[in-house]
Write a protein that binds this ligand. Structure first.
Ligand code: NAG
Length: 160
């Protein structure tokens, strides 16, 4: 029995490796949500969507103060003594300038956590939302082609 468990673990490890996904990037939050955090600046916003989908997850929707707190707790605990990673979240106004929506729900922003003077749509070319620029977890808008990290969450219709 133990041997079988060991074998399954090993197989899982190699499957995860061959997908290019890293087991260590999964975090369980205080609210018992599972987040995948890619901390390296390797993906534009659309690449981030693709990566989350490839993991059977969705780019994160942060539509309440409770969710902000939950996410901040995970980041502050796991990226304590390092520079905060720059991470895409699932908001964009690419489709309709000025109308920010959450990619995974299709809902327009109601709750927001913008940093002061944001979103500024700098040079009329910033349509995707990320965190990490400001230490308090508030949001900034950037060019969607900029390569950053990202956060995925378990799809809302799937059990956690
Ligand atoms: C995603 O789901 C599919 C279909 O159930 C499965 O084959 C695949 O291994 C899953 N991928 C990950 C990374 O969990």
């Amino acid at each position: 029995m133990e041997r079988i468990a060991c074998f399954i673990l090993l197989v899982t490890y190699f499957v995860v490796q061959s997908n290019g996904l890293t087991e260590a990037n999964y975090y369980t939050s205080p609210m018992n949500k599972i987040y995948y955090i890619e901390p390296q600046n390797k993906y534009n916003w659309f690449g981030s969507l693709t990566e989350c989908t490839r993991m059977n997850m969705s780019i994160i929707t942060v539509d309440s103060a409770e969710k902000t707190k939950d996410l901040n707790d995970v980041i502050n605990t796991n990226f304590k003594d390092v520079e905060k990673p720059l991470l895409y979240i699932g908001g964009s106004d690419m489709a309709d300038n000025g109308k920010y929506v959450w990619h995974s729900t299709g809902n327009e922003f109601v709750y927001t956590n913008w940093a002061e003077y944001e979103p500024n749509n700098f040079e009329d070319d910033e349509h995707c939302v990320h965190i990490g620029l400001y230490n308090d977890g508030t949001w900034n808008d950037v060019k969607c082609s900029l390569k950053l990290g990202f956060i995925c969450e378990v799809n809302k219709n799937e059990p956690q």
